[in-house]
Design a protein around this ligand. Structure first.
Ligand code: UDP
Length: 319
């Protein structure tokens, strides 16, 4: 069996990925659990081919490097990812950790990939486009990013991470790929992560006010987790994609207000919709152009927003 290292494997996307790989690969899941949660991987802990290492990838020691000298693939999904300052898990509350895990952490994992000859995938983000002046966003758009605003700790960290990956591709001919993940949702999202989908569903379920930031005219395009995991697998396992940068997301664009109304309606909730101040630098539009993913990966999302929301609602109800 080949061996896959998943950094950030106890996070929302990472844990779903570990589960999807568990039958076919040896998995080494690395996570420092600052925003991830061991509960996400509980069912995998008894698998003989699954190993969890609680470790910070910005501080990989030589023992770790020696113990993990036989790797075939490395996924780098380790990073806080929520922009919501009110959430204890947000990158706003872990600014230094976010900058370091995407810079030093990326460097450490790339070095490990180089030594072990593993293929590498970096989870970048639609945030590299900042508050985009074009929509949909295609991979060759350079973005519109505030270099030192509150979101910069994530946006600039992901941009630096991409530059570091490409440096290893160009200088050492490493087989590394970059995916830019757009908003993703589904079961096992954390209830307190402050993301719009988890907030709206839990507010509606508990009869609390549904909080729209700004006037709700800003858009996002939500990708269901199962579609995302398939995209990630294709992006690393397909041959001939060295140095490629590919958007992964669902192109179906919704305003935040539409999203609030949909959640409220699906739950037949009596919650009042209230409007709060829009956070600084909140992107007005976000919508992936996925032509490249279709062409290179033969991938496009299959799960409708209705179906995905229903699954996510059932999950939160079950907690
Ligand atoms: N948002 C909102 N209410 C909430 C949480 C988020 O209106 O309770 C908005 C947020 O301002 C942004 C969008 O929903 O415009 C998506 O926010 P999220 O934090 O999920 O991720 P982002 O796409 O901004 O990284």
């Amino acid at each position: 069996m080949q061996t896959v290292l998943v950094a950030g494997g106890a996070g929302f996307i990472g844990s779903h990925l570990c589960k999807a790989l568990a039958e076919d690969y040896n998995i080494i899941c690395v996570d420092n659990l600052i925003t991830g949660d061991k509960k996400n991987i509980e069912e995998l802990l008894s698998n003989h081919n699954f190993q969890f290492i609680e470790e910070d990838i910005t501080k990989l020691n030589s023992e770790f490097r020696i113990q993990n000298s036989k790797l075939d693939y490395i996924f780098h999904l380790a990073s806080p990812a929520s922009p919501n300052a009110k959430s204890p898990r947000s990158y706003i509350n872990y600014p230094i950790e976010t900058l370091l895990v995407n810079s030093v952490g990326t460097y450490n994992l790339l070095e490990l990939a180089q030594k072990t000859k593993a293929r590498f995938l970096y989870a970048s983000s639609s945030e590299v486009y900042g508050d985009p002046s074009i929509s949909p966003q295609r991979e060759d758009y350079f973005g519109n990013v505030n270099p030192n605003g509150p979101r910069s700790v994530y946006d600039e960290a992901k941009r630096f991470g991409e530059a570091m990956v490409m440096a290893f591709v160009r200088k050492f001919n490493l087989d590394a790929r970059i995916v830019r993940i757009f908003n993703t949702y589904g079961p096992s999202m954390q209830k307190d992560d402050g993301r719009v989908i988890s907030n709206f569903i839990n507010q509606a379920l508990e009869g609390r006010q549904i909080t729209i930031y700004g006037d709700g005219s800003q858009t996002r395009s939500f990708c269901y987790i199962d579609d995302m995991v398939l995209g990630l697998k294709k992006a690393i396992f397909k041959e001939g994609l060295k140095g490629e940068v590919v958007n992964l997301g669902n192109p179906s664009e919704k305003t935040i207000k539409e999203t609030a109304l949909m959640v409220k309606d699906m739950l037949k909730s009596a919650s009042e919709i209230v409007y709060h101040e829009l956070p600084e630098d909140d992107p007005k539009r976000r919508n992936p152009d996925i032509e490249k993913a279709k062409r290179l990966l033969d991938w496009e999302p299959q799960v409708s927003f209705d179906k995905g929301l229903a699954e996510t609602i059932s999950y939160f109800k079950s907690l």
